[in-house]
Design a protein around this ligand. Sequence first.
Ligand code: HAM
Length: 464
Amino acid sequence: MIKAIRGTRDLLPPETALWNFVESTVRDVFRAYNFQEIRTPIFEDTQLFARGVGQETDIVKKEMYTFPDAPRSQDEYGNLHVAMQRLQAAQEKIGAAVDHAIAEIERLRANAEVGIGQSLTLRPENTAGVVRAYIEHGLDKRGLNKLYYIGPQFRRERPQKGRYRQFYQIGAEVIGPATAGSESPARDAEILELLATLLDRLGIQGWTLQLNSIGCPADRARYNDALRAALAPVKDKMDPDCQRRAVTNPLRVFDCKVPEDQPIIEKLPRISEFLDEPCRQHFAQVQEILKSVDVPFTLNNRLVRGLDYYTRTAFEFTHGALGAQNAILGGGRYDGLSEALGGPPAPGIGFAIGEDRLVMSLNETAEAVVRKPDVYIAPLGPGMNKESARLARELRRHDLIVELGDETFRLKKSLETAAKLGSKYALIAGENELSTGVFALKNLATGEQKSIARDALVQAIQGA
Ligand code: HAM
């Protein structure tokens, strides 16, 4: 038997009703904060994540689903050849302006010749894709962009409760030129207040907001030097992977999970000691606004996040009931990401909620959010499927949930099926009912049966 791939899963009804409940609540909240939806592709150029998320991160080093695209077809190769000839002819007239284009086509042609396709990666996260889209479509011209997304992400992690290889994120990004206010601590606080509102609206209690500032680029450089210095005498005792990090990207040492290394990590200097004045002030203002809107938080100067693009505010919301994978969401500022990807300066802040974990922490049950059929139509006897279909069409126009039986079913079977589905009513549609225009409507909770004229059916059912 062919089974779902390890770390992926089917979401089945009635659980999917919980997912829909979450997503529609989330969309309502985003609307209230004036966010709009963005949808970016599920796969991107591998370079986007290598440059965006960072070469030394666990995600890029070991968790991405990366594959070469098929080599370009002969047709495309032919087109490249023709484009090249045209460009070379144009070059004689225009000169150096086309040099760059020629070099690019040469590279593609060389790859095509040896049969190498472009390297693609299933997105492990969505921030890099959103920032790529921001640059590609010149979204800076729109001022401040407030964008949200809901969709699958892919990481080749060891599957366990709350950790999957295909998982879903609900995320948002606020990004734009600094002149549009993108750098303001008010944006950070608004994002965090939105998240508190969202979790409250979903009825999720017992969350903790862990907050830190991981500094501006200059602080980071000084901090990295301090970390390297502190790690130099002890790093040989660490796990080989952590030793490498200690040299190449010391901040990533905080992601080392080996238990024996924890006492060393515990003694390392903290970024909070290295923040310069503007950075410290920015963080203080974020906290001030949070206090004024009554969003509780805990300062955690060990929180560094597992992606390289972060600057200044970094945060996670944790939830006690989730077990080892207790981060329900994470996010922060990424003021330099656009520039790292070749775009204009565009400070930004965002977050992503693990939707799988969010659904796990809901008190709501799937049963409670599923809308059951209002009425089950029981066609009685040959030829009645056709008539029942007409009846169902009429009732559904009035936003009733209608389930249709089948003319081959005996009445007893139809009523049993209706009860099993949790339908409020059963409507019997036999030859008699159709000719007289009066139908038997049975309330399945009370067992009471009434005769109702066709044009009064909607009202009788809606009145339930
Ligand atoms: P992240 O912390 O890597 O951040 O992921 C955000 C959330 O996605 C986590 O807190 C967790 O709930 C969920 N998550 C991550 N990996 C898995 C997994 N394997 N299975 C189930 N859930 C998972 C980001 O992805 C950033 N792009 C967030 C962000 C947006 N920062 C700024 N803007």
